[in-house]
Design a binder for this molecule. Structure first.
Ligand code: NDP
Ligand code: OXD
Length: 309
């Protein structure tokens, strides 16, 4: 029988307790810091645990991440060397695909401009480019990037995606490698970032990449704040080269008050909600991983620590 320690400063432990109990009634669910005997704990379900907490569990054999992105965990040098399974669940994937569609449509269909017109009582058609003439580039073709691509193609958008290894996705042009990145940027009216944050991807949304984007392009970052060089984005918006940005993630979260993004007329801010780990929609994934660990079956979605995702 598994004894699980839940460690998260932000997630609702009682909601998770309830959803996991429905699936694994025999599991013992403890919530940090009330860990009881640390030697009894064999599994941890975590989001941004304080560094060192997991190292204090001598019999830990499985770490389950409440997030899809695991770079905060990998940043802890004391993280125990046991399998680390990241969050891959339909609920989260659907949420992220919907966010990508929402943000592309809000700019393409001029939602903000029409909202302003409504407030002013103005009836004026602004026109828009048909989806078939709009090119969307997606950085990262993993679980979330592929789902975003699959959600955008039926709407008629021309979708091109970029990954580390070569990929084939029906209806989507796929590129990889350095050259692939430049080719993708050159033909992205919208650039959607869904990469993991690693040493290779940190700061990838920078002045050099922005210069390659077509005039008026919009940057959508739903991955991590560390991907974006904020000053470069502000400069590209000020110069008029970029047409706007939708940002869900930031170098510092919560976004500090007074930060220029809060009031920038071309920046749309959301508070890290693009893909939410709803307990009711994501507990199946957690229960499946625990059952696999208990019965010695191969684990799915294990992080490759060497590559950082
Ligand atoms: P995956 O691991 O499934 O996919 C990552 C993709 O990025 C893969 O296609 C991978 O290529 C590609 N990639 C990684 N490194 C490189 C590189 N150096 N060059 C080119 N491509 C690269 O991750 P997910 O899709 O599940 O999640 C992506 C990220 O989204 C998470 O890491 C997290 O940071 C963020 N996220 C944000 C949320 C929010 O609410 N804002 C919610 C959930 C996640 P390959 O396929 O070749 O390995
Ligand atoms: C995640 C996130 O990585 O919520 O899942 O950002």
């Amino acid at each position: 029988m598994t004894t699980l320690l839940f460690v998260s400063p932000t997630d609702n432990s009682e909601a998770w307790r309830g959803e996991i109990a429905k699936r694994l009634p025999d599991l013992e669910f403890r919530v940090w810091p009330d860990a009881g005997d640390p030697a009894a704990i064999d599994c941890a379900l975590v989001w941004k645990p304080p560094p060192g907490v997991l190292a204090g569990l001598p019999n830990l054999r499985l770490i389950l991440s409440l997030g899809a992105g695991v770079e905060p965990l990998l940043a802890d040098p004391t993280l125990p060397d046991v399998p680390l399974v990241r969050m891959v669940a339909d609920g989260l994937t659907e949420d992220m695909a919907a966010y990508a569609v929402l943000q592309v449509l809000r700019w393409q269909r001029k939602v903000d401009a029409y909202t302003e017109q409504q407030r002013a009582g103005v009836w004026k058609q602004l026109g828009h480019r048909p989806a078939s003439e709009v090119r969307v580039g997606i950085l990262g073709l993993g679980v979330l990037g592929e789902a975003a691509a699959r959600a955008l193609t039926p709407l008629g958008f021309q979708v091109v995606g970029w990954s580390r290894s070569a990929k084939e996705i029906r209806g989507v042009e796929t590129l990889h490698g350095e050259d692939g990145l430049v080719a993708l940027a050159a033909r992205s009216d919208f650039l959607v970032c869904l990469l993991p944050l690693t040493d290779q991807t940190r700061g990838i949304l920078n002045a050099k990449l922005f210069a390659t984007l077509p005039q008026g392009a919009v940057v959508i970052n739903a991955a991590r704040g560390g991907h974006l060089v904020e000053a470069d984005l502000l400069a590209a918006l000020e110069s008029g080269h970029l047409g706007g940005a939708s940002l869900d993630v930031f170098a510092e979260e919560p976004l500090p008050s007074g930060h220029p993004f809060w009031t920038h007329p071309k920046v749309h801010v959301t508070p890290h909600v693009a893909g939410i780990t709803h307990p009711s929609r994501c507990a199946d994934h957690i229960a499946d991983a625990i059952r696999r660990a208990e019965t010695g079956q191969p684990l799915l979605h294990v992080v490759e620590r060497g590559r950082g995702y």
